[in-house]
Design a protein around this ligand. Structure first.
Ligand code: ATP
Ligand code: MG
Length: 598
């Protein structure tokens, strides 16, 4: 400690927003260079290297081979996959002296795909799984939480290449298994969460979230232990309702009632229900005009806009993110006035299903909008909804009797207590930090970049790809976030910067000699030690630093060593405190280290 490049801080840095950012800075692991950009100090680098080591072992263990790409890359490959634009402001772009465009890679799908294309050409070359542990750059809108959302960060990214989908599935489950082992070895709690695969395209995907209150991601947890992110949640099919006693649909005037509240007020006053209960928001079928922004396709040379209408129960609001996921890769937005001009049949405030989708032709509507209903709108249910005339509504309009839809979508926000997709019970919500993700990319990148190999029949076929990321520096912060107390960090032994923190106290040379001998003996046994050999530093300060740095075992040579010939051995948090004769100390500690590392 007298020579270690370290300066511990007693106060929290002013702009540190979460415990891990505070403690990693105070304990001298990292130092801020710029917003979201961090310098690794000796202690921090040791921990980072150990985490990387565990990730490497598990990757190598499933046969993945390590490579290393540059972070500085030319524009062209990212142009080919449209990501040069799609990433928007999120990537760092730069020019070289010849004005050619470059970027600092936010992720490396393109490069891995092109590398395999460059070197491989036959099914006989496959499967192959490649990975790297590398620095990524993303110009995050809001860097926060120290290493958790940085603009420069360390990621392990792996990519699998297979001749068929079955091979991809195996590679995916191999990675998934490796992830579980990595997080278990790191003593980091994780929840695999079913995810929609988002802008990367492709099909099956799971995110690994570390549950913690500071997380930015919300996930839904079922009693079965299964979890989903909100976009991936599906509503289990609800049983159809018997409508044999529902009267025929009828239109009624509902003047001055454009809002749900006004509609209910009017209906209760003017058209009370036959069954005696009063009208509620959940009786209303709210029809919302949404514009889908389709990318160009076979029939359209340019991106094009389509107005669709989505029917949702009146007591729920549309969740645009969930709804958008249903129409991916298209994006959606609320229909503009311009969009609506093309659909005079849509009477704002009174939009109803009878001029939409399957009903439109009968109503004489040309070029009608497609009509979708939310999954909570069940067959046979009767609705109070717009009649496509100003100030007129339908009552007892039955889905499946009076109107149909072009499809069912997940359109509304999910609520605490909604039934889980697997039917195991009500959902609850928790927050977490995404520490990793596994993706079955499918053919997206191989098609975009023309990665093909010859199959057994000599035919050129695109390669099935998967991609798999772990946020290595984020994982370090998440471990700090979940392994500390108010006095400092408390690392799991496997990644602590050392296993033992030896402290020599007092002014007596005998204590320092005993400590030094202990350090030599421990090091000879292959145990990593931080030795606080500082003279003129009080025992109180030394103990505080030991707790702040967070090494799992502490050994103290001081007054007791001089008076009784013993060394005190204890856990970081003060537990399991024993006085051991000097001669036995190294052996006792070695046993405790071995037990901790088991
Ligand atoms: P997020 O939703 O948190 O922005 P992401 O889904 O964009 O993450 P991926 O592209 O899946 O991230 O990257 C793989 C992994 O890299 C993530 O699971 C996460 O652990 C890590 N990661 C992503 N962005 C950052 C960042 N800004 N700082 C640190 N780690 C990050
Ligand atoms: Mg992700």
């Amino acid at each position: 400690m007298s020579t270690l490049f370290l300066r511990t801080l007693r106060e929290d840095p002013a702009d540190a927003d979460v415990d891990s950012a505070k403690l990693l800075q105070r304990a001298g692991y990292i130092r801020k260079a710029a917003p979201g950009i961090w310098t690794w100090l000796p202690l921090g680098l040791r921990v980072l290297n150990k985490i990387e080591g565990i990730v490497r072992e598990e990757m190598d263990g499933i046969g993945a081979q390590e490579v290393h790409f540059p972070a500085l890359l030319p524009r062209e490959p990212y142009e080919a996959t449209h990501r040069w634009e799609e990433y928007g402001d999120n990537i760092f772009r730069l020019k070289d002296r010849h004005q050619a465009d470059y970027l600092l890679a936010p992720t490396h799908e393109e490069m891995f795909t092109l590398l395999v294309k460059d070197m491989y050409s036959s099914y006989k070359d496959l499967p192959v799984v490649l990975y790297q542990i590398q620095t990524k750059y993303r110009d995050e809108f809001r860097p926060r939480a120290g290493l958790i959302r940085g603009r420069e960060f360390v990621m392990k990214d792996a990519y699998s290449f297979n001749i068929d989908e079955e091979g991809l599935k195996k590679a995916y489950y191999d990675q998934r298994g490796a992830y579980e082992r990595v997080f278990q070895r790191l003593d980091l709690k994780y929840v695999p969460v079913f995810a929609m695969s988002g802008p990367m395209g492709g099909s099956a995907s799971e995110e690994f979230l570390a549950p913690m209150p500071i997380g930015e991601d919300t996930f839904a947890l079922a009693p079965s232990g299964k979890a989903w992110n909100v976009e991936a949640l599906t509503t289990p099919e609800l049983p159809a309702v018997d409508f044999s006693n529902t009267p025929a649909a009828h239109k009624e005037a509902t003047p001055d009632a454009k809002t749900i509240d006004k509609m209910i007020e009017r209906a209760n006053a003017d058209h009370p229900r036959a069954d005696g209960r009063s009208w509620e928001a959940s009786d209303i079928l709210k029809n919302v005009a949404i514009t889908i922004k389709h990318p160009e396709d076979e029939d359209h040379d340019e991106p094009w806009r389509e107005v669709v209408v989505v029917g949702v129960p009146g007591d729920r609001t549309v969740d645009m993110k969930r709804l958008e996921a249903q129409f991916a890769p298209a994006e959606i937005e609320e229909s503009t006035e311009e969009d609506l001009k093309k659909h005079p049949e849509l009477v704002l405030g009174y939009i109803g299903p009878m001029v939409l989708g399957p009903q439109a032709e009968k109503a004489g509507v040309e070029n009608p909008c497609r009509y979708f209903v939310d999954a909570h709108v069940v067959k046979g249910s009767a609705w109070f909804t717009g009649a496509d005339e100003h100030e007129v509504d339908y009552y007892d309009l039955v889905y499946g009797r009076d109107f149909e839809a072009d499809g069912t979508v997940e359109a509304v926000e999910v609520r605490h207590g909604d039934m889980s997709p697997d039917g195991s019970g009500p959902l609850s919500f928790e927050r977490g930090v995404e520490i990793g993700q596994v993706f079955q990319l499918g053919l997206k990148y191989s098609k975009a970049l023309d990665l093909k190999v010859l199959d057994q029949n000599g035919k050129a076929v695109p390669v099935w790809m998967g991609c798999y990321g772990i946020g290595v520096s984020r994982v370090l912060a998440c471990i700090a976030e979940t392994h500390h107390d108010e006095r400092g960090l408390a690392w799991p032994s496997v990644i602590a910067p050392a296993q033992v923190h030896v402290v020599a106290t007092g002014k007596n040379a005998e204590a320092f000699e005993a400590a030094e001998n202990l350090v030599s003996e421990l090091e000879a046994k292959g145990i990593e030690v931080i030795y606080d050999d500082r003279k003129k530093v009080s025992p109180g300060v030394k103990f505080k630093d030991a707790e702040l740095i967070g090494v799992p075992l502490v050994a103290v040579a001081g007054r007791d060593t001089v008076n009784n010939g013993t060394i005190e051995v204890r856990d970081r948090d003060g537990e399991n405190n024993v006085a051991v004769p000097v001669a036995e100390a190294a052996g006792v500690i070695a046993e405790r280290v071995a037990a901790l590392l088991k």
